[in-house]
Design a protein around this ligand. Structure first.
Ligand code: DX5
Ligand code: ZN
Length: 217
């Protein structure tokens, strides 16, 4: 499968959100990652629907929305209305994860399930059938700019094996602490897609950095 890079808009300049979105729109990145935090599921608050609007207006690329919120089933429909192409919910946050994924699919977009670093990949057994994407967290969700947790690489390998065995074609995306220094390791372990926030927006040339992440060996 072709590699995917999904720059996290959490690290964009919110005072120039349209400019930064257009910059990513003009890059080789296929997706834009949107981190929504509610201050309850994670100890931080990011943004919600009104902030997604200018992003949606400024790009036709895939909006990859990562919900770090409690009771995500209450809000999935509004995120689809706001322009999400992929809605990812945490399995630790949803009371009925399979039901939640199915309702996302019924809304006509791709459904993702995310797991935190301490959650074993085994919880996804029997869930992959309902998931177009798994988002494996390689940092504790809540903040950009953290260090990649090294044990994530073994989890990526295990999950790759599980997905291939299940034959569901579920996309494996990894999120947190990924840069040109470790992207090769993450892809080699079996990731299809990577999220990169600070590595992209902190680079002198974000567009070139995306190119580098896509082509790294
Ligand atoms: C963390 C978010 C990540 C974050 C990634 O809670 O889910 O998407 O923005 O940022 P970096 O790439 O800086 O770790
Ligand atoms: Zn994220």
């Amino acid at each position: 499968m072709q590699r995917i890079v999904s720059p996290s808009m959490l690290s964009a300049d919110f005072g120039n959100l349209e400019r930064d979105t257009k910059m990513i729109d003009g890059s080789a990145a296929q997706w834009l990652h949107i981190d929504v935090m509610d201050g309850v599921f994670v100890p931080n608050i990011s943004f919600g629907f009104p902030v997604m609007k200018p992003v949606r207006r400024a790009t036709r690329k895939v909006l990859d929305v990562h919900l770090m919120i409690v009771e995500p089933e209450r809000y999935v429909e509004r995120f689809v209305e706001a322009g999400a192409d992929i809605v990812t919910v945490h399995c630790e946050a949803a009371a009925d994860i399979r039901g939640c994924l199915r309702s996302i699919r019924r809304l006509g977009v791709r459904a993702g399930v995310s797991i935190k670093p301490a959650t074993p990949v085994g919880v996804l057994d029997g869930v992959l059938e309902d998931a177009d994407l798994v988002l494996l967290m390689s940092v504790e969700p809540g903040f950009g700019g953290q260090k990649y947790i090294p044990s994530s690489t073994a989890k990526i390998r295990d999950l790759r094996r599980m997905i291939d065995l299940a034959g569901t074609g579920t996309i494996l995306e990894v999120d947190g602490g990924i840069s040109a220094a470790n992207a090769a390791e993450v892809f080699a372990a079996g990731a299809d897609a990577i999220v990169a926030g600070s590595a992209v927006f902190g680079a002198e040339n974000p567009v070139a950095e995306i190119e580098k992440l896509l082509n790294i060996r």
